[in-house]
Design a binder for this molecule. Structure first.
Ligand SMILES: [Zn+2]
Length: 385
């Protein structure tokens, strides 16, 4: 008898694991995985100023290659539970749809890779056909993500765990199940440019130095294109999101003006090279006549891309066999724990259809859970085949 991803999803949905609460979700997985023969490790990570968070690492097999499935059991709050058609932590099925907070993002994804792993083990006498199968599960993805995957990977590396390839089960599809594999993400870098002038009465131009003139010059210069895009990415973008002189007075020229910007950048740049490029452009535009400074915010969101190759082909083939759709490789959207995993092994994101994630009445078609389990099962078979 094959494992039932719908039953596992329902069990997980009934665990109210709003970050930072464990809610019983990891305890449940612990139980299921131990029964299947996995060595399961639970660890709590903490840091001053943040809530301690529970995490789980499970592995079956000791050999390489080690194929890892990654995910998070924590969910965003349901909001007003009365606005839901079915209670957000009840796991009710209605009209072929399973309702609950986390159904899509991403308890459904976890249930599908657990079911696929159990089926693979059952078909091979209780062990992977070769190599190892592992699960990296965190309870800290939806919030600040400091006591989750980043520390879990570090913990695993310290005990000598090696990962060869990873599938992160986040909801990756856009319009139809099977249409998108996420194979990288843009980097993100935020900064502020501050222009210094001299305050004065607006009627006496010889007595003030208006920083707004300098700021508009620099804003214009910094909005020039950063690149033409690359094989995997659309062009980088620098967008100003705020301009502020803090001046409520009509006849006063302010002493300082500042503008805040966000850059979403692609694989032509690193954070350092991008800062150098921006500062060079500002220097050219200022021509020694504008006094200014940059204030860069620290960022842990570097650009990365998982290049097309055998692993990507294998995943795409598994998806096409189940869905009849050839998935596209995408690098759009916000950030995810893939930004941490990519430092340890190539990582692809493939999961459910993302349309109701974080929404009221988050729900997944039961048939889609069955299909995703079939995709994961094929990925495992091809990987160890
Ligand atoms: Zn998620």
């Amino acid at each position: 008898m094959s494992a039932d991803p719908v039953a596992i999803t329902r069990d997980l949905l009934r665990c109210p694991s709003v970050t930072p609460a464990e809610g019983g979700a990891l305890a449940y997985l612990h139980d299921v995985l131990v029964k299947a023969g996995f060595a399961v490790h639970r660890m709590t990570f903490a840091e001053p100023g943040t809530a301690p968070i529970e995490n789980l690492y499970a592995r079956i097999g000791t050999e390489r290659p080690n194929l890892v499935f990654a995910g998070h059991t924590d969910v965003v709050p349901p909001g007003d539970a009365k606005a839901w058609r079915h209670p957000p932590f009840a796991g009710e099925i209605d009209g072929g749809l399973l309702y609950g907070r986390g159904a899509v993002d991403m308890k459904g994804g976890i249930a599908c890779f657990v079911a696929a792993a159990l089926d693979h083990l059952a078909a091979n006498g209780g062990a992977p056909k070769r190599g190892s199968l592992s699960l990296l599960i965190t309870g800290d993805e939806e919030s600040v993500a400091v006591n989750g995957t980043i520390k879990l990977l570090h913990w695993a590396a310290e005990r000598g765990e090696k990962f060869d390839h990873c599938i992160l089960g986040e909801p990756s599809n856009q319009e139809a199940f099977g249409d998108t594999i996420k194979a990288g993400r843009r980097g993100s870098l935020n900064g502020t440019i501050i222009v210094h002038g001299r305050q004065g009465h607006v009627a006496y131009p010889d007595r003030f130095d208006n920083p707004i003139r300098g700021l508009t010059t620099l804003i214009a210069a910094l909005q020039a294109p950063l690149d033409q895009g690359s094989a995997q990415f659309d062009p980088s973008n620098l967008e100003f999101t705020n301009v502020d002189v803090g001046n409520p007075t009509v006849n006063l020229v302010p002493g300082e003006a500042r503008a805040r910007f966000i850059i979403r950048f692609i694989d032509h740049h690193s954070q350092a090279s991008l800062k150098a490029l921006i500062e060079h452009r500002a220097r050219d535009a200022a021509r020694g006549r504008i006094r200014y400074a940059f204030d860069w915010q620290p960022s842990n969101a570097d650009v990365f891309v998982t290049k097309p190759g055998p692993f990507t082909d294998l995943a795409a083939a598994a998806i096409a066999e189940v869905t009849g759709i050839k998935p596209k490789l995408s690098t759009t959207g916000g950030t995810s724990d893939a930004r941490f995993i990519k430092d340890y092994c190539p990582v692809l994101e493939f999961g459910l259809l993302g349309q109701t994630m974080h929404a009221v009445d988050e729900r997944v078609p039961v048939a889609e859970l069955v299909a995703l389990t079939a995709v994961y099962r094929r990925i495992i078979e091809k990987y160890f085949g």
